[in-house]
Design a protein around this ligand. Sequence first.
Ligand SMILES: Nc1ncnc2c1ncn2[C@@H]1O[C@H](COP(=O)(O)OP(=O)(O)OP(=O)(O)O)[C@@H](O)[C@H]1O
Ligand SMILES: [Mg+2]
Length: 317
Amino acid sequence: MTVNPAANGREPPARPAGSPSPPAWGRPDDGSGPWNAADTLTDHDRLARGGGAARWEPLGMSVTPALDLRGIDKSFGSVKVLHDVAFSAYPGEVTALVGDNGAGKTTLVRCIGGIHPFDAGEFRFEGRPVRVSSPRDATRLGIEIVHQDLALCENLDIVENLFLGREQRRGLALDEDTMEEMARTTLSGLSVRTIGSVRRRISTLSGGQRQTVAIARAVLWDSKVVILDEPAAALGVAQTQQVLEIVRRLADRGLAVVLISHNMNDVFAVSDRIAALYLGRMAAQVSTADVTHRQVVELITSGTSGDLGLGRPGPVR
Ligand SMILES: Nc1ncnc2c1ncn2[C@@H]1O[C@H](COP(=O)(O)OP(=O)(O)OP(=O)(O)O)[C@@H](O)[C@H]1O
Ligand SMILES: [Mg+2]
């Protein structure tokens, strides 16, 4: 079953002449184009001077991004991993973050999640400039990350994992009934039916079931942004499908979902937007409906594809 048939492996649709370009941004170097480096620099300048509400909205978009990052730099020691990265994620959408091994995807999301500090750049959350300098800051904003390694405790059960560090209490005692009920409601809200008891230990679950527990933990709270770092990397076909359906459902509920994946079929099946990192630079962020698999693979492997990508004059029209 295809999660998002409309976005699956088709050529870009023809757009009537003169119609507005959909949201898409490369990293144009020549300052041309309607929302490119020139706009970014102007807004950066204004922000740098404390000059108020610069907005990073792409042309034609009236929705404020949940996440909006500009000019992000990050180095580990002398190694610069992220260079002037721009990245946005919108409520109600799945944004796929793609790139080759070592491109900087995990580093970017760890910076968003407050695990690594950015060296430079602007971080806006729902339109407001914010400082995220710890995972707690990110959680407070409603940003949750499902890490590549899931970080579940094998010897604890599902409820204990979901509430680890955020246990519900009634007086001094743990409120097991409430936690069990919240666990059941969250899992059934994600249409997870295969797990059975919420008192099962993580060590008895399959890879896909563990993934759904990790996702449930991320959405148990009032999260607005959920970032999944390669959720289907170790899963079989059916389990991947189940996880992708959950990913889509989260976006349909209005969350901004960021999905890191190396699998182009998964990316095209479920995403609304694709952001391609190439050697730590954002090569392009495009609407999924406007690109082909081939173009995305080219962006991943060379940083450019036709009019798109690093050093290109502007977004595809
Ligand atoms: N804590 C760290 N210290 C030093 N270098 C790091 C650290 N974390 C990541 N790097 C380096 O940063 C670069 C980007 O790594 P990152 O894990 O972000 O890539 P990725 O795009 O997630 O790759 P993959 O697809 O393999 O998961 C790599 O060269 C990596 O070696
Ligand atoms: Mg990674």
